[in-house]
Design a protein around this ligand. Structure first.
Ligand code: AMP
Length: 235
């Protein structure tokens, strides 16, 4: 299970599933510079290695792979994987190069760890879709497991970036799950337009598996993404 650390209950639910379904569980802990478009975002990304290692142990992880950036991208590194169309939509439009960094690091993690199954969260629906496409396109022998988004009691999707919100920003951020809960892009856009001080990057229905209503907003200097699966087309 790939992670960037600052583990929360969303990560732990994936680890729990991995623990239940496999003999050996490997978790990676790597804040992947290649998937950060904004260097400030990379610098302020929450990191707490000791706590993460303790939580991983508690969750029954057998091995934590925590490479340095230099190990993953040694001098002269120049090989990149691009999932072209999927990687340039939605999130890709606002974070050009993000999914190139994601696909490349996940493929490299797969090559090193050789997992039978890999665990991802529905929270990052487009990321799961990019990985699904990569697995198909490159005929990788990895079974993709995507697990539901874990939320706080008030509806906010758990995210390592939530730690960067002030209490007041966190309250404002609730407009995001409230808007998505309408399940309708027009209503969600209207609700977000009314809410105080949220900058909307996009609110779109995406034809993923399953289809989702997805959105990205900025609350102060923190960018949050979330989505809800839509009923209907079983494809
Ligand atoms: P990250 O450490 O943010 O790269 O996340 C590692 C994995 O945990 C990714 O597959 C995420 O989609 C997943 N994840 C993050 N937040 C949640 C959440 N609230 N519920 C379920 N999965 C999550």
């Amino acid at each position: 299970m790939p992670t960037m650390g600052a583990l929360h209950a969303g990560h732990l639910s994936l680890l729990r599933a991995a623990r239940a379904e496999n003999d050996t569980v490997v978790m990676s802990l790597f804040v992947n510079p290649a998937q950060f478009v904004d260097q400030t975002d990379l610098a302020r990304y929450p990191r707490d290695r000791e706590r993460d290692l303790a939580l991983a142990e508690e969750a029954g992880v057998d091995l934590v792979f925590a490479p340095s950036a230099e190990e993953m991208y040694p001098p002269g590194y120049q090989t990149w994987l691009e999932v072209t169309d999927l990687g340039s939509n939605l999130e890709g439009r606002f974070r050009p190069g993000h999914f190139r960094g994601v696909a490349t690091v996940v493929l490299k993690l797969f090559t090193i760890v050789r997992p039978r199954r890999a665990y991802f969260g529905q929270k990052d629906a487009q990321q799961a879709e990019v990985i699904r496409r990569m697995i198909r396109d490159l005929a990788l022998e990895v079974e993709l497991r995507v697990l539901p988004t874990v939320r706080d009691a008030d509806g906010l999707a758990l995210s390592s970036r939530n730690a960067l919100l002030s209490p007041e920003e966190r309250k404002r951020a609730l407009a995001l799950p409230h808007a998505l809960a309408t399940g309708d892009a027009v209503s969600a856009r209207a609700l977000l337009a009314e809410s105080n001080g949220l900058e909307v990057d996009y609110v779109e229905v995406a034809d993923f598996d399953p289809p989702v209503l997805a959105a990205a907003v900025r609350v102060g200097s923190t960018r949050l993404i979330d989505n809800v699966p839509l009923e209907g087309d079983p494809q």
